[in-house]
Design a protein around this ligand. Structure first.
Ligand SMILES: [Fe+2]
Ligand SMILES: [Fe+2]
Length: 255
């Protein structure tokens, strides 16, 4: 697990930023900080992509002097994973834990997909990620992705999810998630699909290791079975979220 240096974390936010953030924003910032710490390439990229702009914007929506690598004409999810999406190491570690734990294939898929949308946008990323994937995977996968962001603030020790010590250390004992997070948690907790989201948070606990070398190879067949790749390429299939894929592919379009 990454050691979070509290001073370094606070410094990364900038002078005075913490006072301007509500508790949910602080918690999001901590997760982003950990993801950035974990991935050397991502860290270097983040340094180049400036720190200006809203904190909820992902690296693709921030100013950068580094041109993006071109995408193929008919891009697949794997192309997006390799060339655009964020938190690759984290998502691979999470999916590896799901695979080794014998969780259902849809949970492995959910773990693999759960944070990638942060390349585009970080604020409320559970909701954004779920929407992005809805036309392409079974509903329970996106249901889990949508609610994982809320569930991580609530323990479920029966399934091995404790409230992270880090949140206590960084935000103190008195952190109370905002109402919309609590309401999302309560909705998920009482839903028959609760475990679809809960297992993503469980796998998250094993997915912040530094220096772990993993590849996408063990997941390629799982992706083929669980992701409906459009033959026209993501972004060109006229799905309800095709525009989101096009923006991820080319975030520099002026309009
Ligand atoms: Fe997440
Ligand atoms: Fe995560």
């Amino acid at each position: 697990m990454i050691e979070v240096d509290r001073k370094a974390f606070l410094a990364s936010l900038g002078v005075g930023a913490l006072e301007l953030m509500d508790p949910e924003e602080k918690a999001e910032a901590l997760e982003h900080y950990m993801l950035d710490q974990m991935d050397e390439a991502e860290r270097a990229a983040a340094a180049q992509k400036q720190t200006s702009g809203p904190r909820g914007a992902g690296p693709l929506l921030r100013a950068s002097d580094t041109p993006l690598e071109p995408m193929p004409d008919k891009p697949t999810w794997l192309d997006f994973f390799n060339l655009r999406l964020a938190a690759k190491s984290h998502c691979l570690q999470s999916a590896t834990h799901a695979l080794k734990s014998g969780y259902p294939e849809r949970t492995v898929m959910a773990c693999l997909l759960h944070d990638g949308v942060q390349g585009l946008i970080r604020a409320d990323h559970g909701w954004w990620g779920a929407q992005l994937y809805e036309p392409y995977v079974e509903e329970r996968v996106t249901w889990g992705i949508r609610y994982h962001g809320a569930l991580r603030f609530y323990a479920d020790e029966e399934v091995g999810y404790e409230y992270p010590d880090l949140y206590v250390r960084i935000y103190g004992e008195d952190y109370v998630p905002p109402d919309y997070i609590r309401e999302a948690y309560e909705h998920a907790r009482d839903h028959p699909w609760y475990m679809e989201a809960r297992l993503i948070t469980v796998c998250d606990l094993y997915a912040f290791e530094e220096g772990v070398e993993l590849t996408i190879d063990p997941f390629v067949e799982i992706i083929e079975r669980n992701f409906k790749q459009p033959p026209e390429g993501l972004g060109y299939d006229n799905s309800p979220t095709a525009h989101m894929w096009r923006t991820i592919a080319n975030p520099d379009k002026p309009l």
